[in-house]
Design a protein around this ligand. Sequence first.
Ligand code: BES
Ligand code: MN
Ligand code: ZN
Length: 493
Amino acid sequence: MEFSTKALSPERITAGCIAVGVFESRRLAPAAAALDRAARGHLRDFVKRGDMDGRAGAVRLLYRVPHLRCERVLLVGLGRESEFGAKQYRDAVRTAVTAVADTGARDACLCLPELHVAGRDLEWKMRQAAIVAAEALYRFEETKSKKSPARKLRSMAFAVPARGAAADRGLAQGRAIAAGMALARDLGNLPSNICTPTYLAAEARRLARQWRLGVEVLESRDMQRLGMGALLAVAKGSRQPPKFIVLRYNGAGRGARPVVLVGKGITFDTGGISLKPAAEMDEMKYDMCGAASVLGTLRAAAEMKLAVNVVGLVPATENMPGGAATKPGDVVTTMSGQTVEILNTDAEGRLILCDALTYAERFKPQAVIDVATLTGACVIALGHVATGLFANRDTLAEELAESGADAWDRAWRLPLWDDYQEQIKSPFADIANIGGRPAGSVTAACFLSRFADKYDWAHLDIAGTAWVSGKNKGATGRPVPLLATFLLGRSGK
Ligand code: BES
Ligand code: MN
Ligand code: ZN
């Protein structure tokens, strides 16, 4: 979909469909009022007759309204004006886009960025409009033999009060973030027989070519040479060779310390010898969504030409119960030199991440953020709304929480207190890879913290937010918006 801005007064806009807001109850938003004046009261009449009360989620499509240039007018319910905020704005855009795409219009203009959203400027409204619109129009059909017919709707404009750099900048950022999310969603939605560690590495190389990123892929023998015993212990049960992807985006000077993003890339998690139950195991193809979000964020950063250096690290492997697989009680030596007793082979995410966190040290990072579908316990704690956030620095935690709030891709901090470290003691190794049922997300983060003491570090547990289950099953592209917004901040833009 092509997105653009339009700085014309609404009655002068030409499009197959123009979408304007109506507040509850029956108050026309400015663009709707402007159309109504041009149409000599037609819209007000329609609303007055009780055909549109402006409730949030309601839409009405009008055809060939006299004196208007657009063939279709879509009235979009906005709910109560006093309650209109970021969430309501995003919902209105989603509702409008979905309804417009269902008409025969080839191009459309949404007059929603004119609406006042408390605490948010035009740049934000444009960024969000593009993100939400692209999100709503996303389809995944790569693995269907019959594709649904191409959409008639080819381009979508957003009407802005006046032409200006802020609107264009917001839209361009929104486009870039949306494309990063779509990439993350595509990779997540691909089945594990296609999206293998080798496929992820090829995808990273393709991205590097397209966006002029640096890329390097470490093979098993490189991991051996580096002493990545924990990552290799997970890979042992699989016939798919593991890959360790290093992607570099250099938007700042050579000397500028990078932000390192680390993404969990388990392309399928059977649990290994500690085998998972059969129910919903298919969803473990999403266990590489952290990796996908890192690739998506690098793409977004490159498209936005952010003045920041970013390194993406993706340890990628399957977690399988093959004949050579790691067994409960096995002790391995990590790249850091610390030993780990693997009591449960299903706690594999932390094992591949710990070696990546040690590897991250060589970049002298300004910050390291790992992203992982790490624990079922995080879904119990925060559900599917907030990503779990942990950090060894309060300022970094706050910066990430604020980025998430701004992007409406929210994260909520959980504690990393020393008291929890007790739970991952082992009689046979320096650390155990599980800490029992209580506070499962916290003890997983505590495990990671043992490998992240040389820099500012944060951990995002996206187990509940990376995909949705049920009849609308699919990857969400989170936390690409959060991470892209964080990098926007770090680039000083
Ligand atoms: N990938 C899973 C976490 C997961 C489970 C994410 C369900 C989303 C939905 C992870 O590798 C895992 O299996 N974690 C275990 C840890 C346990 C063995 C300590 C879990 O959460 O049960
Ligand atoms: Mn697991
Ligand atoms: Zn896993």
